[in-house]
Every structure is written in C-alpha cells, then in structure tokens.
Design a protein around this ligand. Structure first.
Ligand code: 57M
Length: 358
C-alpha cells in the first residue's frame, strides 16, 4: 500500500524513485516486521499469560518438558501479523505470487489455530483429529496448487540443483508434486517445533536463502547469468521473505531458551506451508530439501522409527522426532538447538553454492 502511494509520487518528488527498488523495499519490510514483532510480542505474552493460553501437559515427554506446560503458545499469530502487514505495506499488491503466499499463510494458520484452540479447550494436548487436520491441509494445498497451475503463467519444469540442463517438465503432474511439497513442508516444520528455538532457526535460514533466490529468479539479467529459471514478478517475494525473516527474528528473541512463547501449530503449519509455496513459486522445489534439511531429517526420523517399530518391533531412535533422541542421550536443549542451527546454516551455504556449481 505504501509502495503504491509513495512510488506514485516519484514524479513530483524524485527521491521517491527509490521505492521502485525491490532491495530497498525488502530492507523496509524486514525493519517493519522487526518493529511490529518487538512491539507486539511482549504485549501478547502478557495477554496470553493472563488468558491462560498455555501449552499444557504432555505425556511421555522427556522429563524436562513438564516445566514448559505454563509457557504460552499460539505465538504464530504474532508471526503472521508481523509478516503480513509489512508485505501489504511494501510489496506490489498487483502481484499474484505475493497473494498466493499470503493466502497459504492464512489458510494453514487457520488450521493451526483451530488445532491450538482445541488443545487449549481440552487441556489434554489433544487438538483436532490427525485425519481431519491432514484432510484440511490437503484441501488447502490443492486449492493453492490448482490456482498456481491454472491462474498464473506457471512453468511446470523442475529445476534440479547442480544440473542446469536437466529440467523435466511435469505438466499436470506438477499439481501433485506441489500438494506434496506444501503439506510435507507444513508438517515437517510442525514436527521440528519441539524445543526452544529449534523450528524458527532453520525457518530463518531457509527464508533468508529464498529471499536471495526470489530476488535473483525475478531479475532477468541475474537469472540468465546464473542460468536459473527466470520467473517474472517473483522478485516481489523477496519482500515477503524479508517480512517473514524480520517476524521470525523478533519471535526468536522471545522463543530462545528459556522460551517465553511457543509458536503453536498456528505458526508451525503456516510457516512450513509458506516456505513450500515460495519454493514452488521461485522454482526451487528441490532446493527446499537441501536448505530445509533439518526438517527433512526430523520427518525421516519419525518415518524410520514408525516403520521399524511396525515391522521389527524395535526402535532405531530412543525417541522420534530426532531432537528427543538427543535429549534422551543427555544433550542439553541449548546444545541440540544450536547444533541444529549450525547444520541449517551449512545447508543454506550449500544451497547458495548451487547458484554457481551447475
Ligand atoms: C507437535 N508439539 C510439541 C508448541 C509448539 C507422529 C509423531 C512423531 C508426532 C509428534 C507430534 O505430535 N509432533 C508435533 C509437537 C509441543 O509444542 C507445542 O506444539 C507446537 C508445535 N506444533 O509450538 O505449542 C511441546 O514441544 C515443546 N516445545 C518447546 N519449545 C518450543 O519452542 O520446548 C515446543 C516449542 C511443548 C514443549 O514441551 O509442549 C510436542 O512435542 O508435543 N509426536 C511426537 O513428537 C511424540 N513422539 C513420539 O510419539 N514418538 C514415537 C513414534 C510415534 C515416532 C517414538 O519415538 O517411538 C512426542 N510427543 C509427545 N510426547 N507429546 C513424544 C513424547
């Protein structure tokens, strides 16, 4: 909104030409998100404590988690507000891609909210039924994917990191892949969200990586030079990624050990889905698997554990997702989280190397 307003004045005030630049608006978007997040979060923590919006008792958890039952949850609502407002202020609102990600944030945020709300009401950690939640996610992902396919000039070829000449065209099958990526990313971030700062750290590294990629794929000269797909209009997503980055950093300030606020499913489901949608829109679907490697590892640990228990009646990990395994091995929460962050940063660097190594 401010972008349209201020840039609209550039003919009378030439300095306002600066609002044309995505880089400048991305910077403003990060700053606005940080500001909203730092102002709003302490207030929300106070209110949520007062209204007893607490994460409640969990069963069979590593012992230390019992002290966390009074930590307020649903902090994802602040992340959503601090992401969406700066995006509406600084992005080009005529850009379809920006709206697709906003809709994904809202749809999945709403599913997460219903789940968090149910858990809160029941006070036994039980939210909406697993199947119902999954169905809602799949339906939302289908709506988004079908719109991307039919409602935009979408290129259904896959970009394979390290192989510039291998770009298989999936055609209509792309919708299936897209649904899988969105639902998978949403649930993976949710599974990872079990220790203070554990999910938001890798979300930030993926988001930062995508912010740069969005800018590059949306810029015809850079895209041609780097031999990546050019996606006209995708540069505006850098502004949204910037907002998510600022909102996430603001949230981490309070979610860092010992957490004063959890994001809840409102945050984890929506952030995961948004990262999936952005990966699709900037044509970096496979890169999401590399840069979001922590989410992939957490999910694989659950799949391996469940399969191994079903077939061999034996557990591979002391407990899945894998962060619980390290907890039960006696690692401190801070050590696990910081090490997972370090791995995320390394993965982001590997993702960046794909720009040149192809
Ligand atoms: C939700 N939620 C946290 C908080 C957060 C299939 C199975 C592997 C599913 C998995 C599962 O339910 N995972 C998703 C994890 C919970 O946090 C809330 O939930 C939101 C995210 N959805 O924002 O509101 C607790 O996590 C801790 N936490 C922090 N800091 C944070 O910043 O410490 C969260 C955020 C919080 C807090 O204690 O209360 C959660 O873990 O419940 N299930 C599991 O993870 C279960 N694993 C399991 O059953 N493993 C089995 C098999 C099935 C693979 C095995 O290994 O044999 C664990 N969950 C529970 N108990 N409740 C195991 C122990």
């Amino acid at each position: 909104m401010l972008y349209q307003l201020l840039y609209g004045l550039h003919e009378s005030i030439s300095a306002f030409n600066v609002f044309r630049y995505i880089t400048f608006r991305t910077f403003l978007s990060i700053m606005t998100a940080l500001f909203i997040s730092f102002v709003l979060t302490p207030y929300v923590i106070k209110k949520f404590n007062h209204w007893r919006i607490k994460s409640g008792k969990r069963e069979d958890v590593p012992e230390r988690h019992n002290s966390k039952r009074d930590t307020p949850t649903m902090g994802g609502s602040v992340i959503l507000i601090s992401t969406i407002i700066p995006t509406l202020l600084w992005a080009d609102l005529g850009n379809k891609y920006v709206w697709i990600v906003i809709v994904a944030l809202l749809l999945f945020g709403f599913i997460g909210f219903i789940d968090d709300f149910r858990k809160l009401k029941n006070q036994n950690g039980k939210g909406i039924k697993g199947n119902t939640k999954f169905l809602l996610q799949v339906v939302s992902a289908i709506v988004i994917s079908v719109y991307i396919y039919f409602g935009t000039d979408f290129n259904t070829s896959l970009s394979v990191p390290f192989f510039k000449n291998f770009t298989p065209d999936l055609g209509l099958l792309y919708i299936l892949l897209s649904v899988f990526i969105i639902v998978g990313a949403s649930n993976s971030v949710n599974l990872t969200d079990g220790l203070d700062g554990l999910a938001i750290g890798p979300v930030l590294s993926v988001c930062g990586t995508f912010m740069l990629f969005a800018y590059l794929v949306g810029h015809v000269k850079f895209a041609n030079y780097l031999q990546i797909f050019y996606v006209r209009g995708a540069g505006e997503l850098a502004i949204l990624c910037g907002a998510m980055l600022g909102a996430g950093i603001g949230f981490l300030w309070y979610n860092a050990y010992p957490a004063e606020l959890f994001m809840g499913d409102t945050g984890s489901l929506s952030l995961g889905a948004a990262l999936g949608v952005i990966a699709i829109l900037i044509k970096q679907e496979i890169l999401l698997v590399i840069t979001g490697g922590i989410f992939v590892a957490e999910t694989l640990s659950v799949i391996i554990q469940v399969l191994s228990y079903k077939w061999k009646k034996k557990r591979i990990f002391k407990m899945a997702p894998i962060h619980h395994h390290f907890e039960l091995k006696g690692w401190s929460e801070e050590k696990i989280v910081v090490r997972f962050w370090i791995i995320s940063v390394i993965l982001a660097l590997i993702a960046l190397s794909t720009l040149k190594l192809r």
